[in-house]
Design a protein around this ligand. Structure first.
Ligand SMILES: C[S@@+](CC[C@H](N)C(=O)[O-])C[C@H]1O[C@@H](n2cnc3c(N)ncnc32)[C@H](O)[C@@H]1O
Length: 241
């Protein structure tokens, strides 16, 4: 069942437009999208920078297929590759712009993948380039009761605060050009849009126990991390070595 989402995360079109403007101003020739999904942001950057070429890497075949269809509709097919492969130890890059949005787990299998992902991102970006890191953070530290209601095995150590994330980015060889965080309204749009088609289907098929249980479970998890789990979007400039 398709989702009603444009982006696979809490990202409004207005914020995406501002991010694309900022990243395009640096005129990247090469763009690498780590864990690209259907690559909406990647495609918008390629539309904004006609001389740029893009590579998106992901393991999810259905999302990659949506990305390829979307590239074709926009006349971008010859300028972008959507590749079904792991980003772990990727042979692609360095690139002038590296996107890693909601996908640091594609660069590390640590419980908190941020540190290893930032080290890889510094290696994957050219000097003078940019990294856009979209990373889950704690907007505030969760209580034990909230943690118990989140995803299985949720722990305080799963995420950093915004201040800790920025410190880690700096320690990993970046300066933060721009720092922003998703609003509650962006989260609500994302979480609703992700489930909406299935909720409407379930209302017409109330005997579908498995779907009902899955949606009820997810709703309970969301209510536990709503306002607690955040998302930071950092535009990072690599420090020259
Ligand atoms: C939350 S989605 C974000 C997708 C996209 N960046 C966006 O913002 O719309 C995380 C993505 O990371 C991908 N992923 C997870 N592990 C990966 C790996 N080892 N290599 C490449 N992609 C991976 C998933 O398949 C998924 O599409």
């Amino acid at each position: 069942m398709t989702t009603r989402l444009t982006f696979h995360g809490p990202l409004s079109s207005a914020r995406a437009d501002a991010i694309v403007d900022r990243l395009s101003a640096n005129r990247p020739h090469t763009v690498l999208d780590i864990g690209c999904g259907w690559g909406e942001l990647l495609l918008r950057v390629l539309e904004a920078v006609p001389e740029a070429r893009g590579t998106g890497v992901d393991l999810n075949e259905a999302d990659l297929a949506r990305g390829r269809r979307s590239a074709e509709e926009r006349g971008l097919t010859g300028r972008v590759d959507f590749l079904a492969e792991s980003a772990r130890d990727t042979a692609h890059g360095p690139a002038d712009l590296v996107l890693c949005v909601g996908a640091s787990q594609a660069l590390s299998d640590a419980d908190c993948p941020t540190a290893e992902a930032l080290r890889s991102l510094r290696r994957l970006v050219t000097d003078g380039g940019r990294v856009l890191l979209g990373e889950g953070i704690w907007d505030r530290r969760p209580t034990e009761a909230e943690l118990a209601g989140m995803w299985p095995g949720a722990a305080t150590s799963d995420h950093l605060s915004l201040a800790e994330l920025l410190d880690l980015a700096v320690a990993s060889g970046f300066r933060p050009e721009w720092t922003e965080t998703a609003t509650l309204s962006e989260w609500e749009h994302f979480e609703s849009g992700y489930q909406a088609a299935q909720e409407v289907w379930l209302a017409a098929n109330p005997a579908a126990t498995e779907t009902r249980n899955r949606l009820d479970r997810h709703r309970a998890q969301w209510m536990s991390y709503r306002g607690v789990l955040g998302m930071a979007y950092l535009t990072l400039v690599p420090v020259l070595r």
